[in-house]
Design a protein around this ligand. Sequence first.
Ligand SMILES: Nc1nc2c(c(=O)[nH]1)N=C([C@H](O)[C@H](O)COP(=O)(O)OP(=O)(O)OP(=O)(O)O)CN2
Ligand SMILES: [Zn+2]
Length: 125
Amino acid sequence: MDQWVIYKEFYFEAAHQLPNHNGKCRRLHGHSWVGRVYLQGKTLHQHGSQQGMLMDYGEIKKYIQPLLDHYLDHYYLNETTGLENPTSEEIAKWIFNQLEKAGCPNLYAVEIQETCTSGCKYIKD
Ligand SMILES: Nc1nc2c(c(=O)[nH]1)N=C([C@H](O)[C@H](O)COP(=O)(O)OP(=O)(O)OP(=O)(O)O)CN2
Ligand SMILES: [Zn+2]
């Protein structure tokens, strides 16, 4: 059976702190975050402007942009997401849930890279 996984990458600058962390991450600090939204599907559009696509990358961006504009880019994530301890894991899940709520089809995973060496991928079971 054919299956495709596609992704759209996005970037945001934001501050956070992990109040329960036993090291430097309890302090207020910022990152240049990198995210990826993954969609999964077994069929491609057969006609029209998205022929041969699972979903136009530009269409995926339309679901991500409002989150960047209103919650993520140049914000304090503890405040805007309402997460008490906004780890990469919690933020990835939060973004996934927001995209799901907005009706993004074929959603498979959200990946969040917090630093050059650290990140996570959230996949809903
Ligand atoms: N599982 C998680 N561990 C940590 C998280 C997290 O979200 N999930 N977050 C942090 C901190 O917020 C920190 O900003 C990132 O930590 P770290 O990768 O340790 O950052 P460094 O710059 O010190 O990375 P090095 O490559 O080791 O220099 C902590 N842990
Ligand atoms: Zn951090």
